[in-house]
Each structure stands twice: as structure tokens, then as C-alpha cells.
Design a protein around this ligand. Sequence first.
Ligand code: DX5
Ligand code: ZN
Length: 224
Amino acid sequence: MPELLIAPSILTADFARLGEQIREAEEAGVDWIHLDVMDGRFVPNLTFGPVVVEAIRRVTQLPLDVHLMIVEPERYLKDFAQAGADWISVHFEATPHAHRAVQQIKELGKKAGLALNPATPLEAFAPLLPELDLALVMSVNPGFGGQKYIAHSTERIRRLARLRNQLNPACLIEVDGGIKPENVAEVFRAGADVVVAGSALFNSQPVAENMKQLLGEVYAAGSR
Ligand code: DX5
Ligand code: ZN
């Protein structure tokens, strides 16, 4: 069985019935819940903070994967940890002190991730890779759900997988943005361990239907 974890982003879910939507995803067999935190500064969009994470923590046992698209993430790490995040990722581009932020996440007893924008040289992962639990490759420019997968991301995932195997085989590779049934197999084969899927899972069809389609493509790809 292929080992690919599916982390639905709630960004395109119905926020008026978030609890229900998360339950629906859980019943459809998703592995994590991906929470996109945006501050209107690092990215043009605004979403939610620790209060919503805390509310979601109460309705699911699934690991909460918090993706911080905020400047100076150091200021809020403790709040997100206390709200019940299991995985916390900060952006390399959002702080001059990515190393310190990663250390802080680990000191809070959480799994630490580092995210890179599509234009950031992949080598930025290297100095921190030995200490990371998660390396997050953005396959769209962060800020909005429903964008198109940037094609050069596949080569970046491949290169990152090689780097990861050398420096820290335990670190998971997560790919975020524009994941659809038509590219999920390619992303999996390139080396992704976790894929985030927003609009591919939360749309006008039931989540279970969408999950079946997505996983069908992964199974068809076989093992890597
Ligand atoms: C983009 C977010 C993603 C995104 C995923 O800034 O980090 O998690 O919303 O949504 P889709 O799958 O629709 O690209
Ligand atoms: Zn995200």
C-alpha cells in the first residue's frame, strides 16, 4: 500500500459548519487536518488564529498540522502549541531567525516544520534539515486556496527527497498547493510523504467521493 498521508486544508471548507466538515473528512479517512494561518502581511489574505485551532482541537483526534503564513511567527508559537497544534510549520521567508523558531517549536514539545515558497532556492532547507520533522514545499504561492500547481515543484520535490535522504531520512516531505487527482501520483512518485489538498477535497462533492478519487490515483501509481 502506498504510504502517502492526506492532509485536507479547511480553507475551502464551509466555515459556518466547520465541525461537521472536519467530521466528514475524518470519516472519509484523511490522516491530518491542515490549518492555514494567514496574517495579511506575509500573505495578502487573512484567516484565523489560535482560537479556531483550539475549537477544532475539541472536535477531532487527528493530528493538527498548523501552517503559519505570518511574519514573526516566534511571537505566536506558544499560543498555537497551547491551542493543540501537533505540527507547526513556519516560513523560511517570514523570519530572519528560522533556526530559533524551529528550536522553539521543539521546546514546546511539537513537531517542527519549515516551509519554502516556490521562488526560494531549495538549498535553504539544508542547514536546518537535520533538525526538522517536516519540510514543506509550497507548490503555489501561499495566500489562497484553489490555485494551479506550479509545474517546477515536482523537480523540487525530487531534489528535496535526495537531500532529505542524505541529511535526515526521518523528516517528512509535505507538498502544499494545487494538489488534484491529475497530479497527486506525480507528486507522490517524486517523494512526497504528505500532501495538502484543499479545493480537491472541500468542494461541491462529498469529501468521501473526493478522497476516493485522490487515493485511487495514488494506488494506481503503486509504490515508489
Ligand atoms: C495556500 C495554502 C494551502 C492551500 C491548499 O496558501 O497554504 O494549504 O489553501 O488549497 P488547494 O489545495 O486548493 O490549493
Ligand atoms: Zn497550507
